[in-house]
Design a protein around this ligand. Structure first.
Ligand SMILES: Cc1cc2nc3c(=O)[nH]c(=O)nc-3n(C[C@H](O)[C@H](O)[C@H](O)COP(=O)(O)OP(=O)(O)OC[C@H]3O[C@@H](n4cnc5c(N)ncnc54)[C@H](O)[C@@H]3O)c2cc1C
Length: 434
């Protein structure tokens, strides 16, 4: 008799788990608290345009995602664009992202530019990230680029993504981001990024179809209220106040939620979870009457703007009929600003659009929305993997804990969620064969 597996979370990771387990003959039920699948990759109806709540791009080395897209018959939806990057530095827009742009940047001297360029270039070639694991990202940058280089090129980005916790971010987290984007380039002069025609929903929908075809069950509007562990084994979960028995539970929800719904969580896991942190996001998406800049990614280093960047998706996905701009405010969910009314963020974005391109103002915004995700970016500190609870444990047999933090040193992405799910399914399969 095949085992009953309950999967918590209907984002890309939960869906990949369900799909892969069904292929191996397991019985699968998936529980998603929202009324739609997708998690951070979910879409919404933006006055007639079906688009992601949060911006998404694809990079050249995202092989696990390419493999699953091939398997699902949607690989032809993957498209590539030669993109441009910009830097809005203290009130002025500069070209950014290549050696010529760096040389032309007037706000740093030749030594600062050489140190920055060398660091970014060498980081993209570096393979042994474990050697960086005891080092913070800030120390690593300062070692290569010096204090002034750090201040000019990085400080604002770290401040606006991690605030006071910026000092604890591990070097490999930054390294993996630099390397991923660098490996996606056509050459050192030309950046190249990918996107999915139709958005992440194309992958989410296809996974859903396959899961249902193979007999899996998906329960929407179904927040799991409790995970039941007794005698060191998982017994099931509670949904709508009812106990649902199963052989295994795989949680793919942000690990910060686990403490609250698992009363008998082993003390060792609880202690580890207490120490982990994750930053939320308030993301504004605007439909504009005209292009803001020519850049897909615009880094912002401007004291009057509390954002690390602006992402103009329509400069990546040029088939979009509208000009689509995302503006993320990374904020801890306990930061009072996270709870501020949408209007405050919308007003800021209206001002920022005008700052970056004075030809645009509030009147150029056709539509604008605000989305929030409480746990959008794991705070990856030094030697991070040791700080995570084990995925499986003899103290809670059958209960698997995994989320986007387990991508480390890679940054969270759909690709990484697919990769982890496949790896853990292999692990489960091997354990069950014994
Ligand atoms: C601003 C932003 C930009 C991003 N940019 C990119 C990008 O360019 N490229 C890229 O590849 N990725 C990007 N990502 C990341 C990508 O969206 C995520 O890595 C991916 O969606 C993670 O999928 P997941 O299934 O692991 O987790 P999640 O997407 O977090 O899914 C977890 C699911 O669990 C559900 N859940 C939570 N609690 C419960 C409960 N108690 N019971 C049942 N269900 C529950 C949630 O509703 C959610 O659907 C971005 C994310 C953000 C926020």
């Amino acid at each position: 008799m095949s085992k009953n597996v309950a999967i918590i979370g209907g984002g890309p990771m939960g869906l990949t788990f369900a799909y892969e387990l069904l292929k191996r003959g397991y019985k699968v039920d998936l529980y998603e608290k929202e009324s739609q699948l997708g998690g951070m990759s979910a879409h919404f109806d933006f006055s007639g345009l079906d688009i992601e709540k949060y911006y998404h791009f694809v990079c050249g080395p995202d092989y696990p995602m390419f493999e699953i897209m091939k398997e699902l018959g949607i690989f032809d939806k993957l498209k590539w664009t030669n993109t441009k990057m910009g830097l809005f530095y203290q009130g002025k827009l500069y070209k950014w992202g290549g050696p010529f742009e760096l040389l032309a940047f007037p706000k740093a001297n030749l030594i600062e530019k050489a140190r920055y360029g060398l660091h970014v270039f060498c980081a993209s070639k570096y393979k042994n990230w474990i050697r960086l694991d005891k080092l913070t990202a800030l120390d690593w940058i300062k070692k290569w680029e010096g204090e002034t280089g750090y201040q000019k090129f990085w400080d604002s980005l770290f401040n606006l993504k991690f605030y006071e916790i910026k000092h604890s971010i591990a070097a490999p987290w930054l390294w993996s981001r630099l390397a991923r984007v660098a490996k996606s380039r056509k050459n050192i002069f030309q950046e190249r990024m990918g996107y999915i025609e139709g958005g992440s929903k194309v992958v989410i929908d296809k996974l859903e179809d396959r899961i249902l075809e193979m007999g899996g069950r998906i329960f929407l509007n179904s927040p799991v209220e409790k995970i039941c562990i007794a005698d060191k084994k998982v017994k099931g979960l509670v949904k709508d106040g009812q106990l649902v028995m199963c052989d295994s539970v795989i949680s793919t929800i942000p690990i910060q939620y686990i403490k609250g719904i698992t009363p008998n969580l082993p003390a060792k896991d609880r202690a580890k979870l207490e120490e982990l942190d994750n930053v939320g996001v308030v993301c504004v998406i605007a439909k504009l009457k005209q292009q803001l800049t020519e850049n897909f990614w615009l880094n912002i280093t401007d004291k009057s703007m509390d954002i690390p960047g602006m992402i103009e998706l329509s400069n990546l996905n040029t088939s979009l009929k509208d000009h689509i701009l995302y503006v993320p405010f990374y904020l801890h969910k306990d930061n009072p600003m996270y709870q501020e009314p949408d209007e405050n963020f919308i007003n800021k974005v209206s001002q920022y659009i005008h700052k970056v391109n004075s030809a645009l103002n509030k009147g150029n915004i056709i539509d604008i929305r605000v989305f929030r995700y409480e746990y959008a970016q794991p705070v990856c500190t030094t030697e991070f993997l040791k700080k995570l609870p084990d995925i499986q444990s003899s103290e809670r047999q059958g209960f698997y804990i995994v989320d986007t933090a387990y991508c480390y040193p890679e940054d969270r992405s759909i690709n990484e969620s697919v990769k982890i799910a496949r790896k853990v399914v292999d692990m489960i399969g091997k354990a069950d064969e014994k």
